[in-house]
Design a binder for this molecule. Structure first.
Ligand code: 8Z2
Ligand code: NDP
Length: 291
């Protein structure tokens, strides 16, 4: 991993690579997820990939889903070379038919899943007053509608199979300090509300639903942010550093697995305290606030 304070790195350098994810120490027992199957959307991205590596290393069968087949294959190859059970599937979470096809395939090829991590998502930084209708709809469709399609498909499969399940939705910090991405705050606040409603409604189905709100986590997704904004990220939380994808992955293992068995409807901030202190400007900070 490149040094944390610099904003001048190539996007491909952001975050932990496969070699680091293969070797990173974990607090969990080596067989903590043995016998479980986990579907990770955005599984070839930064956070999803780390979660896939961790759960795979803990014994889970892992299915990686995303739009880009080449990226998925790259992740699969790296994990398979480490002896992990990994399958891939192309999906656009915004399309209900695509999501239905994904779940049909997962049922046929992997015998269904026990856990879903919704890490597919993203946004672009822009002053809200300049959002186009298409830009707004793209972000809402991806992060709110797409996450919903995945949650509903998983719940239907679990209900029909009489099988318990758990969902971890990766969101953003919605309550404090994140600026220049109002569309995603709206979408993720929707996901959090939805998750809380469904934690109750789907409890009789033995389905748990929780969210993780990461702070600044170094991933290839940072490519859409200005290097000057990225350079300031480590100073946007009281711990004064960026987080790593591994730190989010270990939270996924907690919330989604047996350790979190009595936890549902929760939002866990893995954000270095940025939900309480600091400001993250993804666009240029307006002069108005420079006092
Ligand atoms: C408290 C602190 C906590 C601290 C928390 C701190 C967090 C800060 C950092 C957060 C980091 C992350 O989440 S990074 C991890 C997530 N990854 C990303 O965000 C990666 C980039 N995002 C994506 O790819 C997204 O999925 C998404 C933006 C929705 C793009 O999806 P698509 O590829 O399907 O869409 P595109 O075809 O590219 O674009 C569709 C339309 O969207 C609009 N659009 C797209 N990019 C645009 C841009 N740069 N500027 C304007 N408009 C744009 C245009 O209208 C596009 O249409 P046309 O005009 O016709 O083209
Ligand atoms: N990194 C950070 O600092 C933070 C990240 N987050 C959130 O965490 C989640 C993961 O982010 P991160 O790993 O950093 O970002 P990445 O961009 O590395 O990964 C996101 C993945 O989502 C997939 N994806 C995007 N849109 C779709 C779609 N319509 N259908 C299927 N897959 C899709 C992409 O795969 P493909 O290209 O194959 O479609 C991509 O690999 C996102 O929701 C992000 O907003 C939240 C706070 C901070």
């Amino acid at each position: 991993m490149a040094e944390q304070e610099s904003g001048a790195r190539e996007p491909a350098e952001f975050g932990l690579d496969d070699a680091a994810l293969a070797a990173h120490p974990t607090v969990y027992a080596a067989d903590a997820f043995a016998g479980r199957t986990v579907l990770v959307s955005g599984g070839a991205g930064g956070i999803g990939r780390a979660a896939a590596w961790l759960l795979g290393r803990l014994g889970a069968r892992v299915v990686l889903a995303g739009r880009n087949a080449e990226k998925l294959e790259g992740a699969r190859t790296a994990m398979a070379a480490h002896g992990l059970y990994v399958r891939t599937a192309v999906v656009d979470i915004r399309e209900p038919e695509s999501v239905a096809a994904l779940f049909a395939r997962v049922a046929a090829e992997a015998g269904g899943i026990d856990m879903l991590i919704n890490s597919a998502g993203g946004q672009f930084p822009q002053a809200a007053i300049d959002f186009s209708a298409k830009g707004w709809n793209t972000v809402i469709n991806t992060n709110l509608n797409g996450t919903w399609h995945m949650m509903q498909a998983a719940a239907r499969a679990w209900r029909d199979a009489g099988r318990a399940g758990s969902i971890v939705n990766i969101v953003v910090v919605t309550t404090h300090g994140l600026h220049g991405v109002a569309h995603t705050i709206a979408a993720r606040a929707g996901v959090i509300g939805l998750s809380q409603a469904l934690a109750v409604e789907w409890a009789p189905l033995d389905i748990r639903i929780n969210c993780i709100a990461p702070g600044v986590i170094e991933t290839p997704g940072w490519r859409v942010y200005d290097p000057k904004a990225v350079a300031a990220y480590p100073r946007s939380n009281p711990m004064m550093r960026n987080g790593s994808t591994w730190e989010v992955a270990e939270a996924c293992a907690y919330l989604g697995g047996p350790a979190g068995g009595f936890v549902t409807g929760e939002v866990l901030h893995v954000a270095g305290g940025s939900q309480l202190w600091g400001e993250t400007w993804t666009i240029e900070k307006p002069d108005y606030f420079r006092v």
